[in-house]
Design a protein around this ligand. Sequence first.
Ligand code: GAP
Length: 437
Amino acid sequence: MNDLEKVVALAKRRGFIFPGSEIYGGLSGTWDYGPLGVELKNNIKRVFWKSMVYERDDVVGVDAAILMNPKVWEASGHVEAFADPLVECKTCHERFRADQPEEIQKHESIHKGKKTEWTEPRKFNLLVEAKLGVVEDKKDKVYLRGEITQGVHVNFKNVLDSTRVQIPFGIAQIGKAFRNEITPGNFTFRSREFEQMELQFYVKPEKGESQKWYEYWKAERMKWYVSLGMDKKKLRFRQHEEGERAHYAKDAWDIEYDSSFGWKEFEGIHNRGDWDLSQHQKHSGVDMGYTDQESGHKFLPYIIETSGGVDRAALFFLINAYFEDKDRVVLKLHKKLAPFKVAIFPLLANKIELVKKARSVHSDLKTQLSELVAWDDRGNIGKRYFAQDEIGTPYCITIDFQTLADDTVTIRDRDSMKQERFKIKNLEKYFKKKFNH
Ligand code: GAP
């Protein structure tokens, strides 16, 4: 099994990610996050928000509606140009993206010996349509947002008027997006429903200024992934070629990850120029201009965008963290991302004093850390360690007979497997420092 297959199996077995609507045979390109998966995703979003909004003075957040007036998508160019080239195999009528030669070749190899005939490529729009309204024949066509971005740009004026932000400043957002992907695949890598975490950063339109911020955000985003434990050697930047860029982008670079299915896009960093604001100004008739408070000069800002997938990050963090180490599988997830921060074990499940003491440590730590703390009293200690290693819990605490005598416990470290004895009264301070509270 390659890394991806191992992670798919682990994700199902331990409750990270399940196929969407599984008991009905699934729905292609949709995934459900289980008890551990929701924690991993929430932790990714929490760390993103902290670094983008709480730790900066020049970024604020919004949470815009998924359903928007369809005119938004006409103005943004998505109705016209948000499309992939589609080809169909004339023998079995399966559809593929013409710009993905590996998948075309894979399919051709199925028709061994015979030449596969393909239809001419045609543009296939990725926007997912829905109907809104209560009267059947008067329902309006709407789109599920194809990118979360437009909800930010249509609120540019609202944010300016309701806060004290001044250019350069950014608006961060996290939320669901939907795309009618022609070939969803590689687990959650390409889904039809997924979450994005984005920053739209508004700057003066001068070339030097927008380029400065573009380089700044490229570097920041790369640093962010590395700071969360991504292997630097498996990340690289790649600039989009002419003809590859999305309709809104003046310049586009991807952070790519070296996965078992090739170097793949992790996050896109785009210079959107004044595309979005000028298009919304034109189509809505609302003035989107920004007036510089010092010079009185009025202009349409340029937008530097960082756009990452939360699900894609969860997948690549899982693959990056997966290790087989002698007789154990261990997820070396960064402490900030691990679903459970600590696990508590009474040495023996049938010794009432041990269980009572362990329950009290468990309940205290949960409150003190405001984090998930696991409880396990099944099987022997070795098995419990391995069960926690497999889901990435950084620390395990065992309450044993010595605990009853001197109020100390053993703390076992996931990565080094070393054990130390610690006073219960010092646990709160110790873990708060570890988890940077
Ligand atoms: N607002 C810009 C934008 O949406 P994008 O390159 O189309 O740009 C940004 O998407 C990120 O969203 C990607 O780098 C990826 O992480 C994530 N993403 C895009 N399509 C996806 C899909 N079908 N499934 C999962 N994640 C996806």
